[in-house]
Design a protein around this ligand. Structure first.
Ligand SMILES: C[S@@+](CC[C@H](N)C(=O)[O-])C[C@H]1O[C@@H](n2cnc3c(N)ncnc32)[C@H](O)[C@@H]1O
Length: 284
């Protein structure tokens, strides 16, 4: 990351189209983090992102329900683990801050919960640093990093300052691995991270799939072909392999709304239209 990106701060206006961003931040091509922000109803996206998001919605309307269902799963899974005693979270593929960020959910249960956020998109980190300040009780770090780097990420000093590798850590890989191609070997990436985590650590993973509607999945994937990261939707069996070395906790790898379902029906999406799998595993 260049010095310019490091020092760039969110401008006073909250209209991204009026921002003058450093040249390293490419606003001319759609970016998955900002497309996702648009699906969630956020404003931190540019014209190219909105165009791509609208194209996806036109061919795969369930994308909005899937994004919102994914965010709801994040909240339930983090709360579940915090209630089970986990107080350290490594959230790779942070996303632009939205409702129910990891540290907010975790610290609502355990005020001393610590979170290291990693993302490979500089604009995500700018937003994260500006908006996810926490209340100072549990430490939070925002670290530039690419999941494809694997376990070396865990040696970054900013990560080590926040996370204690003698104590269990929840590794969050939510809606990120479908941006990693087969040729980049997502199974080996997760295995490398798993091996570096202490005993009792957990994996929280969600992943897009075309299992429920192949045609919609293929049409949506084609739009991401022109974005900065391509989409690799995977079948259930391939996603389950990512949990190798983890014991999948009840109810296993399921369509997201079926994982410890919400008590109240969600108000912002239709659970029946969520086309992503997710689960939580414990390192064996
Ligand atoms: C769809 S968003 C998901 C955000 C959040 N995890 C959630 O589930 O709400 C995907 C995030 O992963 C990030 N991302 C994509 N590829 C990545 C990579 N190779 N390394 C690190 N982050 C990546 C994107 O920048 C984006 O912020």
């Amino acid at each position: 990351m260049s010095d310019q990106e490091n020092t760039w701060r969110l401008p006073a206006t909250d209209d991204p189209d009026e921002w003058v961003v450093p040249p390293e931040i490419d606003t001319s091509r759609a970016h998955p983090a900002r497309i996702y922000d648009y699906f969630l109803g956020g404003k931190n996206n540019f014209a190219a992102d909105r165009d791509a998001a609208e194209q996806v919605i036109a061919v795969a309307p369930s994308a909005v329900d899937s994004a919102r269902g994914n965010r709801a799963f994040l909240g339930r899974a983090v709360k579940f683990l915090a209630q089970a005693g986990i107080r350290q979270f490594l959230d790779i593929g942070t996303g632009i801050p939205s409702a129910g960020n990891t540290h907010e959910v975790a610290q609502a249960v355990r005020p001393d919960a610590r979170v290291a956020y990693l993302d490979n998109d500089p604009i995500v980190l700018v937003h994260a640093r500006a908006l996810m300040t926490g209340d100072g009780r549990g430490r939070i770090a925002y670290v530039p990093g690419d999941v494809r780097t694997g376990p070396d990420l865990l040696d970054l000093p900013e990560v080590r300052e926040v996370l204690d590798f003698d104590e269990p850590i929840a590794l969050l890989l939510l809606a990120i691995l479908h941006f990693v191609r087969d040729s980049e070997d997502p199974t080996a990436i997760v295995a490398g991270l798993r091996d570096a985590l202490p005993a009792g650590s957990h994996l929280v993973l969600s992943h897009g799939t075309a299992d429920f509607d192949l045609a919609q999945g293929q049409r949506g994937t084609r739009i991401y072909d022109r974005a900065t990261a391509q989409l690799a939707l995977r079948p259930h069996a391939d996603i389950e392999k990512l949990f190798e070395g983890f014991e999948l906790l009840d109810p296993g790898l399921v369509r997201l709304p079926l994982w410890h379902p919400e008590e109240e029906p969600p108000h912002d999406h239709d659970p029946d239209l969520v086309r992503m799998y997710g689960g939580v595993g414990r390192k064996t």
